[in-house]
Each structure stands twice: as structure tokens, then as C-alpha cells.
Design a protein around this ligand. Structure first.
Ligand SMILES: [Zn+2]
Ligand SMILES: [Zn+2]
Length: 376
């Protein structure tokens, strides 16, 4: 269903271009979001803009007068399908009839700024317990000389002469559908419809300047590698002093010398001597924030794991912490003193364990090798 664009602007169907422009300005001043924060006013403002966009464009206005809606997808008058003509592309025809494409009246000078992302390297203790980290961002901020307007003090924007303020230029082309008018953004004003005769000397008309800013980001306890913290409106200020984008701080956790992290659990490896594994012992483990006494039971095997509850990383959401897992390696002595060897042999004998004599006949392993290779 076609919208009543004339009714929205409060003008008659035979209103002149000037009357339409005056009606639009009057309404825009009343409903612009900058002066009227009411959400309903915002919707009205959108309608007013759409109505002006349509009625200020001869082609679109003609579609309205024929009962169509140039802003509704597929709602325009005229043929809706057909291959591209010999002179212009299909998109040009669609643009001309249905008001699609990039050329839709002047482009706003003020636009929203881009988001920014920053990498932050943290130690395990910092990601575990949280930290207030200082960061430095290179970003665009509002130009204080012109407050974003882009114009030098005491000067104003001027209507672009090349496009008469429409922000777009039209060309007429002959196609199989008849004459088609296609629109493109005006090159002289980049589609803004206005030019800056006297740009602000500080920002050269951009309304923003680049600078380096320092701020502090609060890192919550339990944050994980790869997570991002969003700092609303700490990104770049937009062209023409538009609202700033967001800043995302991406967390990178440096590997720890002792602990590796899996979720909120921590893992480490501890080597104990063979005798300690056999006889049992007590270990002192330095965790991230405490010292723990760990009992290694007599007869502990290589690869055994000790679990210390609640000594891992605090959970990011909610209470509690992960666990700490201590993986035990058992080290066999590499070199034995004669007395130590004698005691071990004695020990083996009492257990009835057979131990070969390596010092005689080239040793046990060389005999094994010979057996593998098929020697006698
Ligand atoms: Zn400026
Ligand atoms: Zn222009």
C-alpha cells in the first residue's frame, strides 16, 4: 500500500518544489531527534524524511502520482522485470523506477564512527583475579575547534553548485523502456549537497581529529583468552562529529611458566624422586594465590594426578573457582654411587625381583640388540 507522502508533509498534490521544501524544513525542525527526544517523534521524523525524499525527486514523485510507492520494494509503477537494455544497466533502470541504489538525496555529513579493536596481553594472575589495565588507543575524537561542524569559525556550509544541493546528479539515457533518468552521487560534494567554503583549520572539515588517548579498562576475574570487552562509545568519533563507535578490548593471555589453563582449571607437572613416590612424601605447591601442602601417597605411580579443589581460576560468572591438577612424574635416578647401587640390589633381592648384571658380557642391552638382529 502506497504511503500518503503528500499528507505526511501536509501539502497538496499540486504543491510546488518550494512549498514541499518549506513544509519539510518546518516539520524537520520540530521532529528532528536532536530537538525532540520522544521516540514517536523519531518515527515521525523518518516518515517526514521519506516523504521529502520522494516528493523532492521528480521521478519518484511521478511514481507516487501514478499510485505507486517508490520506496516500497517492487512497489513502483512501470514494468518490474526485464533484462538490461542496450544502453544502461539493469540496476540503473531499477534505480530510476524504484528509487533503489546509492543515490537517494543528499548524504548526511554527520555519520556514526567506526568500532575499534585493541589487543591486551595479560598474565594468568591478571586474567584470573581481574585487573585495572591502562590502555592507549589511537583514535579519532571530536574536533573541539569546530565542535564537529567542519567549518571555520563564523562561516557556514554552502549549497553545492554542481548539484544544486541535491547531492546527486542525473543523466538521461535512452533504453528499451523509453527515456530513463539515472542518478549518481555528486562528485563535487561527495553526495552531501553542501560544500565547506572555509574548512576548520584544525580538522580540515572532517569534524574530528586523530589523537592518542589513555584510559583504564576493568578486567573481570576469570576472563579467558580471546574474549572481548566492549567499551561503549570509546571507538572512533564519526565524520562530521558523529556518534563514536565502540572499542573492543580483546584479551590475550600470556602462557604461564608453570600452569596451563583449561577453562577454569589449572594444570601443572611436578617431578618426584622414585623413592618419594614409593615411600610417600609431602609437597609444597605455590598456586596463583596460596601455598598448598600436598600429600603424595606411598606407592604413587608415574602419571598420577592430585587434585586441589577450588585453587583454579575464579568463574567469570557466578561464584566459585576451578580446580588445580598436579600431574606427577616419577624420576628414576640417572647415576648411582656404588653404595646406592648395592642398596638397590639388596632391595630388589628382598622383593624377589630379578636384576641382570650389566657390567659383564657387554651388558643386557647389547645382548637384547643382538637378539633382535638375529645374532647368537
Ligand atoms: Zn574542526
Ligand atoms: Zn554536489
Amino acid at each position: 500500500m502506497a504511503k500518503d507522502y503528500y499528507g505526511i508533509l501536509g501539502v497538496t498534490r499540486d504543491a510546488s518544489d518550494d512549498e514541499i521544501k518549506r513544509a519539510y524544513r518546518k516539520l524537520a525542525r520540530r521532529y528532528h531527534p536532536d530537538v525532540n527526544p520522544d521516540p514517536e517523534a523519531h518515527e515521525t521524523f523518518k516518515d517526514i524524511n521519506a516523504a521529502y525524499e520522494v516528493l523532492s525527486d521528480d521521478q519518484k514523485r511521478q511514481i507516487v502520482d501514478l499510485g505507486g510507492d517508490p520506496l516500497a520494494p517492487g512497489g513502483g509503477a512501470g514494468p518490474g522485470t526485464g533484462a538490461g537494455g542496450p544502453f544502461v544497466g539493469f540496476q540503473d533502470i531499477m534505480d530510476a523506477f524504484f528509487g533503489g541504489g546509492g543515490a537517494r538525496g543528499p548524504r548526511a555529513r554527520t555519520r556514526a564512527g567506526a568500532d575499534a579493536i585493541l589487543r591486551l596481553d595479560l598474565d594468568l594472575a591478571e586474567t584470573s583475579f581481574g585487573v585495572e589495565a591502562p590502555i592507549t588507543v589511537d583514535t579519532a575524537v571530536l574536533c573541539t575547534t569546530c565542535s564537529g561542524a567542519g567549518t571555520a569559525a563564523g562561516t557556514h556550509l554552502a549549497t553545492c553548485e554542481a548539484c544544486g544541493g541535491r547531492g546527486e546528479v542525473q543523466s538521461v539515457q535512452r533504453t528499451f523502456l523509453g527515456q530513463v533518468v539515472s542518478s549518481r552521487p555528486c562528485a563535487a560534494c561527495q553526495g552531501h549537497g553542501t560544500v565547506i567554503p572555509n574548512p576548520c583549520p584544525t580538522c580540515a572539515g572532517d569534524g574530528r581529529v586523530r589523537t592518542r588517548r589513555s584510559l583504564t579498562v576493568k578486567i573481570p576475574a576469570g576472563i579467558e583468552d580471546g574474549m572481548r570487552i566492549r567499551l561503549a562509545q570509546q571507538g572512533e568519533v564519526g565524520p562530521g562529529g558523529g556518534p563514536a563507535g565502540d572499542l573492543y578490548v580483546e584479551i590475550h593471555e600470556r602462557p604461564h611458566d608453570v600452569y596451563s589453563r583449561k577453562g577454569d582449571d589449572l594444570h601443572c607437572r611436578v617431578t618426584v624422586p622414585m623413592t618419594a613416590a614409593a615411600l610417600g612424601t609431602r609437597l609444597t605447591i605455590k598456586t596463583l594465590d596460596s601455598e598448598e601442602q600436598l600429600d603424595v601417597r606411598p606407592g604413587t605411580q608415574p602419571g598420577a594426578t592430585l587434585r586441589v579443589r577450588g585453587r583454579g581460576v575464579p568463574h567469570l560468572r557466578g561464584q566459585g573457582r576451578g580446580d588445580l591438577y598436579v600431574h606427577l612424574d616419577v624420576r628414576t635416578p640417572v647415576k648411582l654411587e656404588p653404595e646406592q647401587e648395592r642398596l638397590l640390589r639388596e632391595f630388589a633381592k628382598t622383593r624377589g625381583e630379578e636384576v641382570a648384571e650389566l657390567s659383564k658380557q657387554g651388558g643386557f642391552f647389547s645382548r637384547m640388540r643382538d637378539a633382535f638382529n638375529g645374532h647368537a
